[in-house]
Design a protein around this ligand. Sequence first.
Ligand code: ASP
Length: 348
Amino acid sequence: MRHVVVISTGGTIASRWQGDGYAAEAAGREVLEAGAVPEGVEVRVVDLFTVNSSRLTTGHQLRLLHAVHDVLADPEVDGVVVTHGTDTLEESAFFVDLFHGDRRPVVFTGAQQPLDAADGDAAGNLYDALLTAASGRDIGAVIVFAGQVFAARGTVKRHTLDARAFGDPDGLPLGRVEFGRVSWGRRQPRREPLPLPERDVASPRVDIVMHHSDADAVLFDAAVAAGARGIVLVGTGAGNANPEIAEAVHRAVAAGVQVAVSTRVAAGAVAPLYTGGGAVDLAAAGALLTGTLKPGQARIAVLAALLAGRDAPAGEDREAGARLRRILDTTPKAASASELYLVDGVGH
Ligand code: ASP
């Protein structure tokens, strides 16, 4: 018998019609009972919280992180499944992955259709997630959805409504789940986990500011003024902005804010190619380029680097930049053409 713990957090997989829209309301046991449990797998349910995932806070994600570690403190447990809303699933999964040093898998899943949909995807996704969690494979945190297994890192929600909601625009799935078994493709090298933050650590503010034509530095400066300890600048193209924003980045970095540059483009890495406010100048101003991490996960990278500093006051955590650099280091994976480009490309 394999022992899997399901941690239930809400999302569409736990949602029902409320008269004017859907909202998460079902407990984990009800979600489980809507489908079947694979033979040879025994399940225990932990009801952590029940929210639509667009309402999640860092506080929720810290509770989830500690719940996973508490569950894995039991050597009898073979794996963990987290049921989660799809809106921010890629954020929580990457967050858990960055602190995960255990060999047992943590499998995130959800659904695009609510629990009470007769032709929904909740039961199948949960079944596949249970099979993956029971596999005993050393894969870190992964996302199982529509018959595919993706590493948490790099995976994004890529369709608002389609059942094949997730994918890695710069990589391949780790495996597939079909006909009641998991088959594996490439292996993902594991990384050193970050030190676990305290349960009651204060959540640092980390904002996302998107660049666009006609943008000025007002919103970026406003994030600094609001007390942001980290900012993800979502650049155009390969991570570009303009000279005014490059100056704002310089001021923010000088004030101790961690600035990371991602892109609003759906696939590919950011790269230091252009000056005149481009990624060359943003990097020279002290921003770190986030490789192929898209904005939501780039923000989680910054957040995790700050949280791993165990509550050091703003500007006094001298190691935060070094931790963020380690998180962003692409060399352990480098599985796709665009990442190889990043590793071998201009300025690297
Ligand atoms: N609103 C939902 C959420 O909690 C969407 C979903 O789960 O698919 O993210």
